[in-house]
Design a protein around this ligand. Structure first.
Ligand code: GRF
Length: 191
């Protein structure tokens, strides 16, 4: 049984989609939602879906006896960042080589890095008059959005797009691909 933990800071629609994807699959378990924002909607989703959640402070995140210890004690095999904005501390990255993935709502290496999240990404893509955007699923290292790329999918950027309409199109790609790319990535580790 592969134990997967999800880190999320916001609405958590991807987290919910991932939980639903793995529900009932015998070889996988979503063990816990980790969240650094006490009033994030992802916590409500976790409650409704019956998945345990931990809310943590920056100190608990950075200290090896904090979140890392809980991950280890629960036997966590794999970590998914789904709308999580803090950089992973070095001790967690080192303990989970090629076992932490993130999703970014654009085609990296463009439109990534510090401050490039949520609507900022889509606004920058529209301002640059790009004809395509999409999603990037990548391994996580100690820098923003720079780990090796596992998967990308594209969608058009339309002339009339706002950040909201583009975000909606990108979210559709996220919902379609993220769970299955997670599943394949975990399976590859077992080979
Ligand atoms: C997604 O667009 C994801 O690409 C980005 O943060 C957003 C999270 O949305 N990293 P949600 O909280 O899953 O609804």
């Amino acid at each position: 049984m592969e134990k997967i933990a999800i880190f999320a800071s916001g609405s958590g629609s991807n987290a919910e989609n991932i939980i639903r994807h793995f529900a009932g699959k015998e070889d996988f378990c979503i063990t816990r939602i980790y969240c650094n924002v006490p009033d994030a909607y992802v916590l409500e989703r976790a409650k409704q879906l019956g998945v345990p959640a931990t809310v943590f402070t920056r100190e608990e995140f950075r200290h090896p006896e904090g979140i890392f210890r809980q991950l280890q004690e629960e036997g966590t095999d794999f970590i998914v960042l789904a709308g999580f904005l803090w950089l992973m501390p070095g001790h967690i990255v080192e303990a989970y080589p090629n076992r932490i993935v993130n999703i970014h709502p654009a085609l990296l290496p463009s439109y990534g890095g510090k401050g490039m999240y949520g609507h900022h990404v889509h606004e920058a893509v529209i301002a640059a008059k790009e004809e395509e955007s999409g999603i990037t699923i990548h391994f996580v290292n100690e820098h923003y959005d720079s780990g090796s790329i596992i998967f990308q999918a594209k969608c058009p950027v339309l002339p009339e797009d706002t950040a909201d309409t583009l975000a909606e199109r990108v979210h559709e790609l996220e919902y379609r691909y993220f769970p299955r790319v997670i599943e394949e990535t975990v399976m590859d580790l077992l080979d």
